[in-house]
Ligand binder design. Structure first.
Ligand SMILES: Nc1ncnc2c1ncn2[C@@H]1O[C@H](COP(=O)(O)OP(=O)(O)OP(=O)(O)O)[C@@H](O)[C@H]1O
Ligand SMILES: [Mg+2]
Length: 265
């Protein structure tokens, strides 16, 4: 979306520009991101692919406002996260960003529906609109029968559905998911991917999924490849007939870049 004008970009659900993030480890510094930029459109399902340690989770954390970048900016629906105070950022995140993690991150002592409504209850919103949205999410995600169960009485797939419902309860502009299928068997993982794709299409949700699995990335409309803290390439998934073809293309991109580095050094 690099050709979009400044006005068009400010209306996008999510724009990350020139993100750099360094972590100090003793006397050395790890540069986890080195000027990564991404723009995600309304109703777009983007997969961020890359090897372990390439910077995917760091990118997702910065886009979610969970940590500040050392350089660059994150803009969600026209709001630059760096312009917000801590308190304003917390409120903004609750209302505009839904998060889904590999380990589900549900609270063990709460029932499924208490887990789902936690973000809006914390925000002081306990109105009929929330109650209606809870009912429709429980039904849409196929977990209405499990609403009074605690996480330990739910399967992995059910727990992730609860986590997805929790991510959607505030009707956020963007949903960010870090390896959402990483703790699930492959059939359940594919069901979760199908669900994310359907939510994206039905509700025009903007979804970014971080993954190293081509079978997950194949559900997205577009793939951004991260390597060594940089966005190496972006491509549409429509040109690939299946996840094997997509995996082959991904490997090509990564190996061409490795060969180019070999020539350069
Ligand atoms: N809090 C931290 N402190 C120090 N180094 C960190 C921290 N978080 C990430 N890193 C380093 O930054 C780099 C990128 O890490 P990141 O977790 O973003 O990778 P990833 O692509 O998500 O990997 P994986 O697929 O294994 O989850 C790695 O070298 C990692 O060790
Ligand atoms: Mg990670």
């Amino acid at each position: 979306m690099s050709e979009a004008t400044e006005t068009e970009r400010s209306a996008l659900p999510l724009v990350a520009e020139g993100l750099t993030k360094r972590f100090r480890q003793g006397t050395s510094t790890v540069e986890a991101l080195k000027g990564a930029s991404l723009a995600v459109g309304p109703g777009e399902f983007l997969a961020v692919m890359g090897a372990s340690g390439s910077g995917k989770s760091t990118l997702l954390h910065l886009m979610a406002g969970l940590a500040p970048p050392d350089e660059g900016s994150v803009t969600i629906r026209g709001t630059d996260l760096s312009a917000l105070s801590d308190r304003a950022l917390t409120l903004f995140r609750r209302r505009n960003i839904g998060l889904v993690f590999q380990a589900f991150n549900l609270i063990p002592a709460l029932t499924a529906e208490e887990n789902i409504t936690l973000p809006v209850v914390a925000d002081g919103r306990d109105d009929s609109e929330v109650a209606d949205r809870l009912e429709s999410l429980l039904a849409r995600l196929g977990i209405a029968g499990r609403r009074r169960h605690r996480p330990d009485a739910l399967s992995g797939g059910e727990q992730q559905r609860v986590a997805i419902a929790r991510a959607l309860i505030a009707d956020p502009a963007v949903v960010l998911a870090d390896e959402p299928t990483g703790s699930l068997d492959s059939a359940t993982g594919q069901e979760i991917c199908r669900l994310l794709q359907e939510l994206c299409n039905e509700q025009r949700r903007t979804i970014v999924v971080v993954t190293h699995e081509p079978t997950v990335a194949a559900w997205a409309g577009r793939v951004a490849v991260v390597k060594d803290g940089r966005i190496l390439s972006e491509f549409a998934t429509s040109g690939f007939r299946d996840s094997h073809a997509l995996a082959a293309h991904y490997q090509d991109i990564v190996s061409v870049s490795a060969a180019a580095e070999g020539v350069a050094s």
